[in-house]
Ligand binder design. Structure first.
Ligand code: SME
Length: 208
């Protein structure tokens, strides 16, 4: 099967529960071929984004479309540059805690999100620091929301939580999976549940 077909959604799928189960299976098959996180997060954002757009009974049509899907990652995961033209002392506080923009689908977005105590702001920082999914039906009512795209009306952000091998203890939060929608109330509890399973799958499919 061509890789692009991973994001097709058969017409027999009508409910959200079946939709998220289908996306999970497609992603599971795709991610088992590789463990590099850049590679897997790139395909994960594409499968989720394009599957949502291909599921018009709930998403994907004009003003209700999902307009962004991607990852922000703890800057600690990125190795320090081997060759840099920027003087680290002169550069703007390279040690600050932040989330960096990772693989995504959609229009350009902010490159980093501050997670330092007292300076953290926005839905992604909150989901990351609280280690809890943030379901935001109306971004204009969310204190501190960062508007990367003025057209976004609602958002859901799931933390990426690395667990111990037996799956019980939480080791650390690696970053977040973020989705935006052009409609108010674009995501519900069922989407939250489906995305949390996908976030878990993505974490366990990669070496970090
Ligand atoms: N709205 C997010 C910022 C990321 S963009 O939506 C892609 C936030 O408030 O953290």
């Amino acid at each position: 099967m061509p890789h692009a077909d991973s994001s097709l959604v058969p017409e027999t799928i009508q409910s959200k529960a079946d939709f998220w189960a289908h996306v999970y299976t497609q992603l599971e098959l795709l991610l088992e071929l590789e463990r590099n996180w850049v590679t897997n997060l790139a395909n994960a954002s594409s499968v989720v984004y394009n599957s949502l757009l291909a599921f018009p009974s709930h998403f994907g049509t004009n003003e209700r479309a999902v307009n962004w899907c991607g990852f922000y990652l703890d800057s600690c995961l990125f190795p320090p540059p081997r060759i840099s033209r920027v003087d680290p002392i002169a550069s703007n506080n390279p040690q600050a805690s932040k989330l960096l923009l990772g693989p995504f689908c959609g229009k350009p977005a902010c490159q980093f999100i501050n997670t330092s105590p007292g300076k953290a702001r926005g839905v992604c920082a909150d989901a990351f620091l609280q280690q809890k999914t943030a379901l935001v039906p109306d971004v204009d009512l969310y204190p501190g929301h960062i508007a990367c795209d003025g057209d976004t009306k609602s958002e859901v952000v799931c933390p990426l939580i690395l667990k111990s091998n037996d799956g019980n203890a939480e080791i650390r939060v690696l970053g977040v999976l973020d989705l935006d929608c052009l409609a108010v109330g674009g995501f519900d509890e069922e989407d939250k549940k489906g995305l949390e399973r996908i976030a878990e799958l993505v974490v366990k499919s990669c070496d970090w």
